[in-house]
Design a protein. Structure first.
Length: 368
């Protein structure tokens, strides 16, 4: 628009469109449980390289739960206001929500790579290559070139691989999916079901998506789960129940703690395709109040900072463990203490960095 002085200004978006809808508190709480499981899983997979012997060998399935939850929440939050909000405002809103912790996670990953006391140093990495790794991490551009880190898509902060696919899903939602009717989404979901079934059967699991070799497995994982979450909302599949947060947390943990089976690929596929959408529908259909509501709210708020800031410690722990091979009580104390420290650090990152930065960016985006 043109002001009275003739200067050009950006069109203003109705501030009410940015107001957060009522939260599904139990789903927030379950997100926190899943994030905590991911942290413990990352510690455990360093010690138990064979997932069959790892009590949390299926902890990685928490990411598929995240994707399904995200599809449901994005559709709930934006379906009925995308037309008024506009694509540009939607993208800015999502970047404001997600990217500050992408930057922090990248910075922590860089610090850990340069100053890890248990590593052999940066080896053959030149200053230019390190700068390129950091830039790719900040800009969410997959750069799987670190052989010593198993060719992670994001060597400095490994969990960013799922954020990359979350960004892809958000991009497609903003451009196309919000306009698609339920029949189209159901057709896409059917195709995605075939894709993830193919991955599960041919690979023997659905753990991929984080590395150069398994890149397209991530596309299958996010495609199914994000679309499934969207359709749960579009078809209003919300199952009223009295399980509450505690009951559903137990059900979520049952999937993440399940042992390996002879037909492991099928077990993981059924968890992703049937069980997790069911949990989301149940989580949206139960309520909590009082202390439990506060626990769920806190758990949900902490989940993303915890997920995005913990892996610097995991790399350092892996180097320490491979060098000294601690065991027994000492190892238990290290892992337990590490998880507690990471939770405290995530809280500080949320309070001192993420929340203030997002508030600042929100004010800059829409002063009204």
């Amino acid at each position: 628009m043109i002001t009275g002085t003739g200067a050009m200004t950006a069109p203003q978006v109705d501030p009410s469109l940015f107001k957060t809808k009522q939260h599904f508190q139990v789903l927030d709480g379950l997100r926190g449980v899943a994030a905590l499981v991911v942290v413990v899983f990352h510690f455990m997979e360093v010690v138990y390289t064979d997932p069959v012997t790892n009590v949390l060998g299926h902890g990685f399935l928490a990411v598929d739960f995240f994707f399904c939850l995200s599809g449901f929440v994005i559709a709930y939050a934006y379906d009925n206001r995308m037309k008024q909000l506009g694509i540009a405002a939607f993208f800015k809103s999502r970047i404001t929500r997600l990217h500050p912790l992408v930057v922090l996670g990248s910075a922590l990953g860089l610090a850990g790579f340069l100053f890890d006391p248990f590593s052999a140093g940066i080896g053959d990495y030149s200053a230019g290559r390190i700068a390129l790794l950091f830039l790719a991490s900040v800009l969410m551009i997959p750069f799987p070139v670190m052989a010593d880190r198993y060719y992670n898509l994001f060597g400095l902060n490994a969990p960013s691989w799922s954020l990359f696919w979350e960004y892809v899903a958000n991009l497609l939602y903003g451009l196309l999916l919000w306009k698609a009717n339920r029949r189209v989404l159901a057709g896409l979901l059917l195709a995605a079901t075939g894709a993830i079934a193919f991955v599960a059967y041919t690979k023997g699991n659905v753990v991929g998506g984080w590395s150069k070799e398994s890149f397209w497995d991530g596309a299958a994982r996010v495609s199914f789960s994000f679309l499934a979450g969207m359709l749960l909302f579009r078809y209003n599949i919300i199952i009223k129940n009295k399980l509450g947060f505690a009951g559903l947390a137990v059900l979520l943990l049952a999937a993440l703690l399940m042992p390996y089976f002879k037909y492991n690929w099928l077990a993981e596929l059924l968890v992703v395709v049937i069980y997790f959408p069911l949990l989301v529908a149940l989580g949206a259909g139960t309520q909590v109040s009082g202390v439990m509501e506060k626990i769920c709210s806190f758990s949900g708020k902490l989940s993303y900072p915890l997920y995005m800031t913990h892996y610097m410690v995991i790399w350092s722990f892996a180097n320490y463990y491979n060098k000294y091979k601690p065991g027994g009580a000492k190892l238990s104390v290290i892992i337990t203490g590490g998880v507690i420290v990471l939770v405290i650090f995530a809280y500080l990152a949320m309070v001192l960095y993420d929340t203030p930065v997002r508030r600042y960016l929100s004010r800059k985006r829409n002063p009204g």
